[in-house]
Write a protein that binds this ligand. Structure first.
Ligand code: MEV
Length: 436
């Protein structure tokens, strides 16, 4: 049977499931049952999820956890995290407590600027284009008011509109480069609506003011879209303490901890293989809060990695150093997120997560997210330069293996005790269970 289908999107959910089970699973009842077992019994919740995207056939769960004891700028937060990876939440919670005892995280916003671009080609002179653009900029801003006035009332809007000459990179290529403040919304819809309207207005004035020389000149608009690179929408998180406090810390129990920690960060600055893994650890923290708060983790990921490459070399995003006998550990990254709009009020668990955080505004949430990234990075490096990463990982991994092998609660308890002093591997766990 061919797996090609016409009109799939027109089928209702049941019809879609039936088609899939028939064509891809040989009518297997178990495969069908599995999809149904992940549907929500509350019809209103299920309908909501069905409508987030297209062709919905079930729900896809991620564990939803919390990391307590995050002291940020003197206030305690319990941070919601949605992530499938073992150890991340345990490690970050431990780190939160560790730094709470040393004064906690200090965070601040360094900028909230978002960016949108209109890409176009024009085969005439840049000078002429520039003077035309200058003349109509005011009109554009004025004609945009129906779209921007609400955002302006909330303290945001368009902060600048510039013509960028890109013709050295591609012949005849120009941009209208627009900077926005979208206050508490991530702003993708607002920005894209503005950009498409600006293009429309621009085209209108090109015609009305007879900008193009008949015959020889032409202007082609290619696309109008926000940029997920927001190097000026950034927050910084840092922790610091006396070097002695770390050296004498029982938990660390390692004379060379500070030196090794700083060297680990230094390595991430010069070696791409290490930098990517270093930053992946940071993103374990960032993404899980971004997802739990209903934000777009793909956009944050894309922006953060571009930021990590801003010098021309991809490098580790955090900094660690000693100054005046104090150890400093810092992270500054772009996080373009929102606390209104999108899924924030629509998804019941996302709404719950915002309530848990005390309904922060976007600036506060940015800082919470960056602090979580820094904590995650601290936890990873601390493990790497002391006990190694596998010890903590394997403890959590053991539970996954036990679940995979269908261990009973009693077997799990015995296995956890046994594997405190024995090597966790799939084979060893299976043998242990077989002996029981
Ligand atoms: C694992 O998800 C993340 C780490 O590899 C990060 C790191 O190496 O810094 C532990």
């Amino acid at each position: 049977m061919s797996n090609f289908v016409n009109g799939f999107s027109k089928k209702n959910k049941l019809e879609k499931i039936d088609w899939i089970i028939k064509t891809h699973f040989h009518n297997n009842k178990k495969a069908k049952h599995l999809l149904f077992s992940y549907l929500n019994n509350d019809e209103s919740i299920q309908n909501l999820h069905d409508e987030f995207i297209e062709n919905t056939i079930s729900n896809f769960y991620l564990p939803f956890a919390v990391a307590p004891n995050f002291l940020i700028n003197g206030k305690y937060y319990t941070i919601p995290m949605a992530i499938e990876e073992s150890s991340v939440v345990a490690a970050v919670s431990k780190t939160a407590k560790f730094w709470a005892n040393l004064g906690g995280f200090k965070t601040k916003i360094l900028g909230v600027e978002k960016v949108g671009q209109i890409h176009f080609f024009y085969n005439g002179s840049f000078k002429k284009l520039k003077s035309f653009f200058k003349k109509i900029t005011k009109n554009i801003i004025e004609d945009l008011k129906p779209i921007t006035s609400n955002m302006e009332k909330r303290g945001g809007g368009i902060s600048s509109l510039e013509l960028a000459d890109m013709s050295k990179k591609i012949n005849s290529y120009y941009q209208i480069f627009v900077k926005f403040n979208t206050v508490d919304s991530m702003g993708a819809n607002f920005i894209n609506t503005c950009l498409e309207k600006i293009t429309e207005i621009f085209k209108f004035y090109v015609g009305e003011k007879k900008f193009l020389d008949n015959g020889s000149e032409k202007i082609d608009f290619v696309m109008s879209i926000l940029s997920n690179y927001t190097p000026n929408c950034i927050a910084k998180a840092s922790v610091n303490c006396k070097v002695e406090d770390l050296k004498e810390n029982d938990e660390l129990n390692d004379e060379n901890f500070v030196e090794n920690f700083i060297n680990a960060v230094k390595i991430s600055k010069v070696d791409t293989f290490r930098a990517v893994t270093h930053n992946k650890g940071i993103m374990n923290g960032i993404d899980s809060v971004v997802i739990a708060t209903g934000n777009d983790f793909r956009s944050v990921e894309a922006g953060v990695h571009a930021y990590a490459s801003r010098s021309g070399n991809y490098s580790g995003l955090s900094d660690a150093y000693i100054k005046d006998d104090y150890f400093y550990f810092e992270l500054t990254i772009p996080v373009s997120i929102g606390t209104v709009g999108g899924l924030t009020k629509l998804h019941p668990l996302v709404d719950w997560a915002h309530n848990l955080l005390g309904n922060p505004n976007a600036a506060e949430l940015m800082q919470i997210i960056v602090a979580t990234g820094l904590a995650q990075n601290f936890a990873a490096i601390k493990s790497l330069v002391t006990s190694g990463i596998q010890k903590g990982h394997m403890k959590m991994h053991l539970l996954n293996v036990l679940n995979q092998l269908g261990a009973s609660p009693k077997q799990k308890e015995e296995a956890i005790e046994y594997f405190k002093n024995n090597l966790v591997s799939y084979k060893n766990v299976r043998e242990f269970l077989n002996k029981k």
